[in-house]
Structure formats: C-alpha cells, structure tokens
Design a protein around this ligand. Structure first.
Ligand SMILES: Nc1ncnc2c1ncn2[C@@H]1O[C@H](COP(=O)(O)OP(=O)(O)O)[C@@H](O)[C@H]1O
Ligand SMILES: [Mg+2]
Length: 309
C-alpha cells in the first residue's frame, strides 16, 4: 500500500446536481471517512456548492458523484483540463456508460449479449414495439441510474403511464425486453472481476427499484452467488469484456441477468457505483479480503500509477 502522504491533498467529489445527489452524499461521506481513517489528507468537495476551478488546488480527486454531471464525463473533462488526476473511468468511457443505449450499441458491436430494446416516445407504434421485443418489457430513462423513472409494462394499457413517468426524468426513453430470471452484479477492480453477487429483491416487488435499493433491508445478497464455478467464470469474463468495451477502467460494476435458459444478458455499466459501507462494491471487495478502508485506498492508488484511465 502507498504511504498516505504520497497522495497529497485529495478532493472527495460528492453531491453534485443529479437525481442521485443524496446517494452520492452518503457514498462520498463514507469514502471521505475511510480515507481520513487511513491517514490521507482528504476533504469533501461538492461541485454544486463550489466552482470546479477550485479543484486546481488539489493533488488528486476521488470521484463519488453518481449520475449526470459526475458520472458522464463532464467532471472528468474538467479535471483533465485542470491536470488533476482522478479515480475511475475517463471522459469517453464515462459518457458512454451513462447512456444505456450507447452502451448497448457498443456491446452489440462487440458481440456481447444485451437484451433487445427500442427507443420509444409517446407517439411510438406500440404494436411495432411489441412485435420486436414482446411483452413484458421495462421502460427506462436512458441517462438515469438508481432505477429512477423505470416501470415494468405487462399490458399494452400500462405503456402510456410508464412512458410519462420515464419522460419526467429524461428526454430519451427506451423499452427493453423483460428478462425473467436471476439478477447478478459484477464488480471490476484493477482489471479483475471480483466474485459475482446475486441480488434477490423481496418477492413483492417486480424488480430492484429505487425504494428497494435504498429503503428496504430485506434484499438478499448472495455471495457466493449460487452459479457453478464455470458459469461464474463465464459471467466474470463477459463482464470484464463489457467493462473494457465501453472504455471503462479502474473500478466499477456491471449489472446482468440470467434467463431461464441459462443465458446471460448485460444490463448496464456503473462507472461510479454506490460506495456506502453497505453498497455492493465493498461487499465483493470484502470477499477477496479488502476492508472498506483498504478498498478506498486501493481505488485512490489508481491515480498514482496511471491505471485509472
Ligand atoms: N431487461 C430487464 N428485465 C428485467 N428486469 C430488469 C431489466 N432491466 C432492468 N431490470 C431491473 O431494474 C433494475 C435497474 O435497471 P438497470 O438497468 O440496472 O438501471 P439502473 O441501476 O441504472 O437504474 C435492475 O437492477 C433490475 O432489477
Ligand atoms: Mg443497475
């Protein structure tokens, strides 16, 4: 491990202006505390409250901003201009990763499996959508996270409300084929896929929605994930390729599902995933021996060696 003084003055970027601001404040505070406990000279920096040009006074930045503005290449671009090294994925990978459609297009181009989808609007020909991806499907804002604005559509009559809900959050909305089966998340750290985690939302919810993610304590996390050794390896390899294909680096998370035939389907990439002490990244890291504090320092170390992006 690097000596804490090698890092110099570190800005922990948290908060920001996105719909995931509150989640980012939680994650950012947890990272800040971990770095302080490890002897790092770290400070909180909320770009919603201060000019990003002040970042020039720091030696490096740990980005814990989720969603638009912080996870989409904007802050990464500002840091590039200011010549301040930062954790995680660079400008291009962040921009692609924040856009669920662009991500899927890159995966399709790399022959990586991702569920069929259509971009939809109020005026879409619903029959054509159903003909192409079938029912049920899930409606998603293309540039959101944390399951914001998503709904499952089981009957054609549910479509209009689902579109309206998603459109409140984003100008671009997609319908994606519903995958019935088990859900997994795969943490990538320093070029390796960590042990896969199975997510099991409670039986009374259709999917892993915002409420379930942040306000319920009855989600089951399977680690080990219950896949055979071969299947887990296959999913890890797939996830690593998916992560690299979009140009992501350093650390992050791939969300995926397995259908009833055993096929894996990639859902999305998170280039700045949640980092509270009960988030998924620390759970996977713990399975390979990292404490939360060690994990935070290991991510920050990526800014020393130039492997971050
Ligand atoms: N195609 C799908 N079929 C079934 N469930 C899905 C599908 N896509 C997403 N979900 C559910 O919705 C949740 C959120 O979707 P995801 O694409 O991971 O977006 P985000 O986490 O950025 O909001 C997933 O964790 C999963 O529970
Ligand atoms: Mg997700």
């Amino acid at each position: 491990m690097a000596n804490a003084s090698e890092f110099g003055k570190v800005a922990v970027l948290l908060g920001g202006k996105s719909a995931e601001r509150e989640v980012s404040l939680d994650s950012g505070r947890a990272v800040l505390e971990a770095l302080l406990r490890s002897g790092v000279n770290a400070e909180a920096f909320d770009p919603q409250e201060r000019s990003v040009t002040e970042l020039v006074n720091y030696d490096r930045a740990f980005i814990v901003l989720h969603g638009r503005g912080g996870e989409d290449g904007q802050i990464q671009g500002a840091l590039e201009w200011l010549n301040v090294p930062y954790t995680g994925t660079g400008v291009q990978g962040s921009a692609i990763g924040m856009d669920k459609v662009k991500t899927k297009q890159v995966w399709q181009g790399s022959e990586l499996p991702t569920a069929p989808y259509r971009i939809v609007t109020n005026d879409s020909d619903l029959n054509a959508v159903v003909d192409s991806i079938g029912l049920p499907f899930i409606i998603k804002p293309v540039h959101e996270g944390s399951s914001i604005g998503m709904s499952k559509v089981e009957r054609i009559e549910d479509f209009a409300i689902a579109i309206e809900k998603a459109t409140e959050h984003d100008a671009v909305v997609m319908a994606e084929k519903w995958i019935s089966g088990r859900e997994f998340t795969i943490v990538i750290l320093n070029g390796q896929a960590l042990p896969v985690i199975r997510l099991e939302p409670p039986k009374d919810v259709a999917f892993y929605d915002y409420e379930t993610k942040y306000n319920r304590d009855d989600v089951q996390y399977g680690i080990p994930c219950g896949l055979s050794e071969d299947e887990e390896k296959r999913l890890q390899n797939l996830s690593l390729r998916a992560f690299q294909a979009v140009g992501a680096s350093g650390w992050g998370r791939i969300d995926a599902m397995q259908d009833e035939h055993g096929n894996f389907w990639l859902l999305e990439v998170n280039t700045v995933p949640g980092m509270t002490s009960h988030s998924l990244v620390p759970k996977a890291a713990q399975a390979v021996g990292y404490s939360f504090d060690e994990l935070c320092v290991a991510i920050l170390e990526q800014t020393l060696t130039g492997t971050a992006h």
